[in-house]
Design a protein around this ligand. Structure first.
Ligand code: NI
Length: 402
């Protein structure tokens, strides 16, 4: 796709090589949540070189850049990108592969941070807007609570964005396409652990024991009745028990005293979430009691659901259509049962969460997020950066047209 020469995508495309190099450098040096010291440093150096006011150390390794438009106005927009990597081993032999064993930019947050930086350069050099743009480089999105940490550090008191936007690259969606819809887009993520206590003993004399492994088996099965029988078929929810620890693989004749299960619950609505927690507790305790065992459920709410404000989602879709053409805006991409901690910011400010095409599923860039062969598609840098800049230009328009 090509556009007129002053279109943000075309302006940013002139810097393609520079930002590709920057993105690949981040990819080669992945850092986990709250440990993004090098990443933060690189971003800060760039912002300084561009002459952009910025504040580091917000939510530990987070940064907020402040760019003011040509005209003053009390209005403002916040743009947020995450920048942390994952605990996983990268596969493949690309030149910019991770240099850190067991760490990988497997979700493209290297690309997100790079696109926000390219957007910063564009906004700083053109300043074709009124009011203030706050560019939020957030640490620790991958389950470590970076969004929450920035809020606790006074993010919106110090940088009072009126509305906020974030985007995530999306494999399987073509380059140049943007998906946005009002309402829930990512699920709430909860962690459940179940501790079962029985009475251990000899595998040959089970009648003298209370077997926690058998109890765990019944709990695993019973729990799957909740979504099937307690939740409306028109709603969406997932309960997955993903791990179990009990006994010793070297001891085929020892019934253990305890068994432990761990899993996750995903929902879009608070009532559904509450209902599942309530049913889980009832079932886990009652099933265990039925066998003479004791079970405890620990239910931790990790991330709330990511819900785009209807008005802001419509605004973002309009901006995407102006930039890329209505045919490239996808209004009906299915929500994901994955979670996203931008949800905490969306609880405080109206805004929207967008998905940016990363490549078709039959291309290399269609490899899905968190896959050990995933790599962010550098060709989309100008699209993502241009879209973020477009939200500012359209949302904070100049009164006196140049
Ligand atoms: Ni991600």
């Amino acid at each position: 796709m090509s556009f007129s020469s002053d279109h943000p995508v075309e302006v940013i495309r002139r810097w393609q090589e520079d930002y590709t190099r920057f993105r690949r450098d981040l990819h080669a040096h992945p850092e986990l949540g709250f440990e993004e010291h090098r990443t933060s440093q690189r971003i800060s150096e760039r912002l300084t070189a561009l002459g952009i006011e910025h504040h580091a150390g917000i939510g530990k390794t987070g940064i907020v850049a402040v760019i003011r438009g040509q005209e003053t106005s009390p209005h403002s927009i916040g743009l947020r990108a995450d920048m942390d990597a994952l605990s996983m081993q990268e596969e493949g032999n690309r030149a910019h592969a991770s240099t850190v064993p067991g760490r990988m930019h497997g979700c493209g947050h290297d690309g997100h941070a790079t696109m926000l930086l390219a957007c910063a350069q564009y906004l700083q050099e053109t300043r074709r807007f009124s009011g203030t743009a706050y560019l939020i480089f957030q640490p620790a999105e991958e389950g470590r609570g970076g969004g929450k940490a920035m809020l606790a550090d006074g993010l919106f008191e110090r940088f009072p964005a009126e509305r906020i936007f974030a985007l995530h690259n999306w494999p399987g969606l073509s380059v140049g396409k943007v998906a946005v819809r009002p309402g829930p887009i990512m699920a709430a993520c909860d962690r459940i652990t179940i501790d079962i206590e029985g009475c251990g003993g000899h595998g040959a004399h089970p009648h003298l024991t209370i077997d926690p492994v058998l109890v765990a088996g019944h709990i695993i099965t019973a729990v799957q009745s909740i979504v099937a029988r307690n939740i409306s078929p028109l709603d969406h929810a997932v309960i997955s028990l993903c791990g179990m620890r009990a006994g010793n693989m070297d001891a085929m004749n020892v019934i253990p005293r305890t068994a432990h299960l761990v899993g996750t619950v995903r929902t879009f609505h608070a009532e559904t979430q509450n209902r599942i927690e309530e049913r889980l507790r009832e079932l886990v305790i009652a099933v265990a009691a039925g066998f003479g065992a004791k079970a405890t459920l620990h239910y931790d709410r990790v991330d709330p659901a990511t819900i785009s404000d209807a008005q802001q989602a419509r605004f973002a879709a309009r901006v995407a259509a102006q930039l890329f053409g209505e045919e490239n805006v996808v209004h009906d991409l299915e929500p994901s049962m994955g979670a996203e901690d931008f949800s905490y910011m969306l609880q405080k400010k109206p805004g929207a969460y967008l998905r940016l095409g990363q490549g078709d599923s039959d291309e290399r860039h269609g490899v899905f997020l968190h896959n050990s062969r995933y790599d962010f598609n550098d060709a989309v840098i100008p699209y993502g950066a241009g879209l973020l800049a477009g939200l500012v230009e359209a949302g904070l328009p100049l009164v006196a047209k140049p």
